[in-house]
Structures are given as C-alpha cells and as structure tokens.
Design a protein around this ligand. Structure first.
Ligand SMILES: Cc1ncc(COP(=O)(O)O)c(C=O)c1O
Length: 354
C-alpha cells in the first residue's frame, strides 16, 4: 500500500478540464465575448485567462520555495489548499481529520463542509505544546488527515521538523500529514518542504498572503511529492485565477528582496513588542512567537479589546473559546502602528483602578 491509496476511491480517474495555451489562435471554442468593455487594462479581460501566466507563476514560486514546478499546485490562498486536500482525501460521512486546537479555525470549517468528523487533540499546558502520545491514543483508522499548523495560529509556536518527519513515517500509508506553513517566513527556520522527497504522505501549504504582502490577490500553494500533486491537480478547476491577479503576482515575484526586507522588519518589531508588552503589569504572559503576531494572556482581555477598539485599533479576541477567552492576538504592524498600540495600552486602566 502507498500513500496514493489514501485518495478517495470514488475520485480515482475523475475527468478534469485541462486548459491549454491558445496564444495567437482565433478563439471560438469557449463562448467568450470577442470585445472587452474596459480598455484601461492591457489584458484581454474578455478572454478566459491563458494558462501561460499561471505556469510562469508556478515556476517562479517553485524557485522561491526550492521545489520543482511539478511538486507545486497554485491555489486561491492556502485556504483553498485546505479545501482541496479535504475533498481529495476525506470521504463525506466516513473519514475524519485530526487537528490540534487552539488552531486556525478554517480547518474545522472545511472539514464540516466535507462532512468529515473532527478529532481534536488539544495542545497542552501553559506553553501549548504538542503531545505525540495523546495523538497516538486518539488516532483511529478513519482518520485520513493530520493537520498541523507551523508556526501555529494563534499560539505562535513551532513544531520541529523531526516531529513532522516522525509523524510522516509513523502514518506513511494510514494518514496524510498536512503542514500549514502560512507564517513560516517569520520563523527563520527550514520549511517542511525539505521533507517532501522523503514522504509521499506529506503536503505543505504556503501562502502569498503574509510575508509576501499579497493577501488581496488570494494566492497560495500546496507542495508535495510529484505523484500526489498530479492527483491533486485532477480536482483543481480550470481558469481559477484572474489574469489581473496572475499579472500582479508575477510582478511582485520579481522583488524577492522586498519579502526579505519586510520579514526582517516584522521579526525585529515583533521582538521589540514582546519586550514592551511584558512590562505591563496587567499582562500575565506574552507568548514567544515565530509568526507575525503575538498572543498575550490577561484577565482584562475583554475590556482591553474594547479599549483598543474605541481607539480604532483592532486586535483579535477569542470570546466564546474557553481556552483563549483571556487572551488577545496582536498582529505586528509598522513602527508607527506599534508605537500607537503601545501608547493606547499605556493609557488603559484596569477596571480595578477605576
Ligand atoms: C494558519 C493559517 N493558514 C492559512 C491561512 C489562510 O491563508 P490564505 O490567505 O492564503 O488563504 C491563514 C490566514 O490567516 C492562517 O492563519
């Protein structure tokens, strides 16, 4: 048995539409309008997007992530990568996936859409650490996917590559291991993509929404072994990426130094902010972070959230989540934004002092 056998049997050989390049051809084959209403753009917006820019972007991204183009599938954000993987491996009403809360809420969202059940293996202790023994206890044969977030949102901590490699080995032909590395650029560490040649059951999610500063384009990718990516490609719809989006992304990819510079800044500001936040007497704990956000623990999470909002600063409060209700997640901003945040925090008086 190979990890390829984990693909939903009813999807084997699904017929898919393969878009091909039609440059210089007279296009009378897909019912487009021959005219475009907007002359402001150079692009032929009356036409479905040509496959060439998508292939070029996949090539650029594969260089950036140091994998081969055949090991990468472009998606509309990492979110769509999660959705595709669940559709490919989780049979509705039969399969389950395992997640490690507190974590990114969209894992449970897409699992529910897919009618898969969810096994939760909570991160433990005051430092939210991963418990491998608990995972082994909770795993059951219908669990076709183990979904890890590295660094984890919202706790900001990082699983080691050794842990990931050992899980890939342990579950080689039983579960796929998905590693969501949406924030990995801020962690200054090796990506799990370095393991894809060793493990066919491993998929890594990357995104252009965070370090690349392109959340508005909605682009990300799934990286895995060539054989697995080939199968994943069979369920990807044609013409999914707008010509404008592809053009903008290709322009941005010409400036990898921009990513490097901004990531450096965010890491620097993050460490500065962590030190400053630790000085507030009403902050009980500032979690170390390998991402572009910081989680703090305070009994005043709710009034603090409201105070910041009154001053036009939005942070994330996880009201209703018993594990996170006394915590706030703060995204690292520009130097000016962080300064303003600290000034508003200094002006906050805990309800006891009022
Ligand atoms: C852990 C994690 N994964 C994936 C995503 C989604 O990223 P994208 O914008 O690429 O869909 C987010 C967004 O915040 C995230 O926090």
């Amino acid at each position: 048995m190979s990890a390829l056998d984990l693909v939903r049997p009813d999807l084997a050989g699904i017929p898919n539409y393969l878009a091909c390049s039609t440059k210089e051809k007279i296009r009378l084959h897909i019912n487009e309008s021959p005219w475009k209403p907007l002359e402001a753009y150079e692009l032929p917006l009356n036409r479905y997007p040509d496959i060439e820019p998508q292939l070029s972007l996949e090539k650029e991204l594969s260089k950036f992530y140091q994998v081969a183009p055949c090991e990468l599938l472009l998606t509309r954000g990492a979110d769509e990568g999660i959705d595709f993987l669940m559709r490919l491996f989780l049979s509705p009403g039969r399969s389950s996936m395992m997640q490690f809360p507190p974590t990114f809420l969209m894992y449970a969202f897409y699992a529910r859409l897919q009618q898969a059940s969810i096994i939760s293996c909570p991160l433990e202790g005051p430092d939210f650490h991963f418990n491998r023994e608990r995972l082994l206890e909770l795993w059951e044969p219908h669990c076709k996917m183990i979904l890890l977030c590295r660094p984890n949102n919202p706790t900001g901590n990082l699983l080691s590559l050794e842990t990931i490699a050992s899980l890939c080995e342990e579950f080689a032909d039983r579960s796929i291991i998905v590693v969501d590395e949406a924030y990995i650029e801020f962690a200054n560490t090796q990506s799990a993509t370095t393991l894809i040649h060793r493990f066919e059951n491993l998929f890594v999610l990357r995104t252009l929404s965070k370090a690349h500063g392109l959340a508005g384009l909605r682009l990300g990718c799934v990286i895995g072994s060539q054989a697995m990516i080939e199968v994943l490609r069979t369920i990807a719809p044609p013409f999914a990426f707008s010509s404008l989006v592809l053009e903008a992304a290709l322009s941005a990819m010409k400036h990898p130094e921009w990513v490097e510079g901004t990531v450096k800044n965010i890491i620097h500001y993050r460490e500065e902010l962590i030190l400053c936040l630790r000085n507030f007497s009403w902050v009980e704990h500032v979690f170390p972070s390998k991402a572009n956000f910081i989680l703090i623990k305070t009994s005043f999470a709710k009034p603090l959230y409201a105070w910041l909002e009154d001053h036009h600063i939005l942070v994330r409060h996880f009201a209703g989540n018993p594990v996170l209700q006394d915590m706030l997640r703060i995204t690292v901003g520009t130097a000016a934004e962080n300064e303003l945040l600290l000034a508003v925090l200094h002006s906050f008086h805990t309800p006891d002092h009022n």
